[in-house]
Design a protein around this ligand. Structure first.
Ligand code: SF4
Length: 399
C-alpha cells in the first residue's frame, strides 16, 4: 500500500517536508491502529510502556510497515510488544556506563582521543532497541544551549580530543541553524580533526537530508555521517536519494547495523542490506551486538548468531560488505570486535610435520593453509624518528 493510500489527503509537498513529518509523527496507539492491525502483544506493549519510553513514528517510516504481519522488521523496530516490559538478567539502565564518564552533561569521554557529544534527547522515530533510552525516554530533559556551550568548552580545553561524534537522540531533529552553529563551534577547535554525526534520519525521515543540509555538513568537513539501517526493507528510493545526496556533496556515509533477533538475525538479510548500501556508496561499518538496555532483551541475539553471519559473509562476498562485529562491553568497557576463528590450534592431520613454525589457518571454506614465519622478527621502523621529529623539512601530519 502506498503512502498516499495510507495517509489520504496529504499533499506531496507536505509529505516531503521533514517538519511536517515530525509534527505528524504517530504518538498514540490509536494513531498506529489506523496504519497497522495491532496484535494483542503490541496493544499490551503500547499500554504498558507508555510511562517508560517514548512512542513516535514518522508517517514516512510507518508507511513502510506491513499492516498485517507482526514480524515486519520495520514494525518490530518501532512498535513495542509486551516483552519490552519484562527485564532480563543483566539488563541495565545505562548499559554502556556512560553516566560515569560524563565530565559535563553533553559529553561522554571514554576513549583517549575522542568524545561523544549529546545534543538532543529527541528522535524522529523512537527505536524499541535504543541503547540510550534513559535519555531518549525523556528522563533527563532536553539539552539546551547552555549544555552545548559547556560541552564545547570542555572539548576546547582537552587538546587530546581529535574526533567528536555528535549524537543524542538524533542531531538531525535540530534545525539547520542550531546544528550549523554547533558544528561550526566544534570545527573551530584547532585540535579537533574530524567530526562524525550519528543519525537515523536517512532511514526514518530521509526528507530531512535536503541540499541545504548537505551543504552545511560539507562546510565543516571532514565530517562523516554515521547512519543506522537495519534491514533491506528500509532501503527505499527516498533513503537512497538522501544517502546519495550526502555523498554527492562530499560527505562520506557509513552504516552501523544493530543485530536484532528475528528482525535481521540472518546472513542473507545482512548481506542483502550491505550490498544495497554499498551500491549507494554507503560503507557498512559495524554490526553491533545488542547492548543490555533494559526492555530490549527480547531483541538480543546470542553472540554466536553474529559470528555465524560473519562466517557466511567473509570470503563469500566483497570485504567492503563485511562489517566489524562489535560488542560494546557492559558497564563502559568500550567496544571490542569479534570474528570467526580462522587460526588453527595445530597443523591438520594430513599436514602433521609439514612447515614447522608459522601458523596454520583455515580459509572461508574450511581448507587448511600454512603461513610461515618471516626470517626476521624485528619490526621497529628506523625512519620513524626522522619523520616524526620533522627532520625531513616537510610539514608533519596534523601540523
Ligand atoms: S534514532 Fe538512535 S537515539 Fe533515537 S531512538 Fe533510535 S537508536 Fe535511539
Amino acid at each position: 500500500m502506498s503512502w498516499r493510500e495510507r495517509f489520504p489527503g496529504v499533499s506531496e509537498a507536505e509529505w516531503r517536508d521533514w517538519r511536517w513529518q515530525h509534527r505528524h509523527a504517530l504518538r498514540t496507539p490509536q494513531a498506529l491502529a489506523r496504519v497497522v492491525d495491532l496484535t494483542p502483544s503490541e496493544e499490551r506493549g503500547l499500554a504498558q510502556t507508555a510511562a517508560t519510553f517514548r512512542l513516535g513514528v514518522t508517517p514516512y517510516y510507518a508507511s513502510l510497515m506491513d499492516a498485517r504481519h507482526p514480524f515486519c522488521p520495520v514494525r518490530m523496530q518501532a512498535i513495542p510488544v509486551a516483552d519490552e516490559v519484562s527485564c532480563c538478567e543483566g539488563d541495565l539502565r545505562d548499559p554502556l556506563g556512560e553516566d560515569g564518564q560524563r565530565p559535563v552533561r553533553a559529553v561522554v569521554h571514554r576513549y583517549p582521543d575522542r568524545v561523544l557529544f549529546l545534543v538532543t534527547d529527541t528522535c524522529s522515530v523512537y527505536c524499541r532497541h535504543c541503547t540510550r533510552r534513559r535519555i531518549t525516554g525523556g528522563e533527563e530533559g532536553p539539552f539546551d544551549r547552555a549544555a552545548a556551550e559547556e560541552g564545547i568548552a570542555y572539548v576546547r580545553a582537552r587538546r587530546e580530543v581529535r574526533d567528536v561524534l555528535v549524537s543524542g537522540g538524533d542531531p538531525l531533529v535540530l534545525g539547520d541553524d542550531r546544528l550549523g552553529w554547533l558544528l561550526g563551534e566544534l570545527r573551530a577547535v584547532p585540535h579537533v580533526q574530524i567530526l562524525r554525526l550519528a543519525t537515523r534520519a536517512p532511514v526514518t525521515c530521509p526528507m530531512r537530508i535536503d541540499d541545504a543540509l548537505a551543504r552545511r555538513l560539507r562546510s565543516v568537513k571532514p565530517l562523516f555521517v554515521v547512519t543506522h539501517f537495519n534491514h533491506p526493507k528500509e532501503c527505499t528510493p527516498e533513503a537512497q536519494e538522501a544517502c546519495e545526496r550526502l555523498v554527492d556533496h562530499g560527505v562520506p556515509v557509513e552504516n552501523q547495523t544493530v543485530l536484532l533477533r528475528r528482525v535481521n538475525s540472518a546472513a542473507r538479510i545482512i548481506a542483502d542490506l550491505n550490498h544495497r548500501l554499498l551500491s549507494w556508496r554507503v560503507r557498512p561499518y559495524y554490526l553491533h551486538q545488542g547492548d543490555l538496555a533494559a526492555g530490549t532483551g527480547h531483541l538480543r541475539t546470542p553472540l554466536a548468531c553474529g559470528i555465524d553471519i560473519l562466517e557466511a559473509l567473509r570470503g563469500h562476498t566483497s570485504g567492503l560488505a563485511v562489517p566489524h562485529l562489535a560488542v560494546d562491553l557492559p558497564g563502559g568497557g568500550g567496544k571490542v570486535t569479534i570474528q570467526p576463528e580462522y587460526v588453527l590450534p595445530e597443523a591438520p592431520g594430513s599436514h602433521r610435520g609439514a612447515g614447522s613454525g608459522g601458523t596454520w589457518f583455515r580459509n572461508y571454506v574450511g581448507k587448511p593453509y600454512h603461513y610461515p614465519d618471516p626470517p626476521e622478527t624485528d619490526c621497529s621502523c628506523p625512519y620513524d624518528e626522522i619523520f616524526y621529529a620533522g627532520k625531513e623539512g616537510r610539514p608533519q601530519p596534523g601540523a
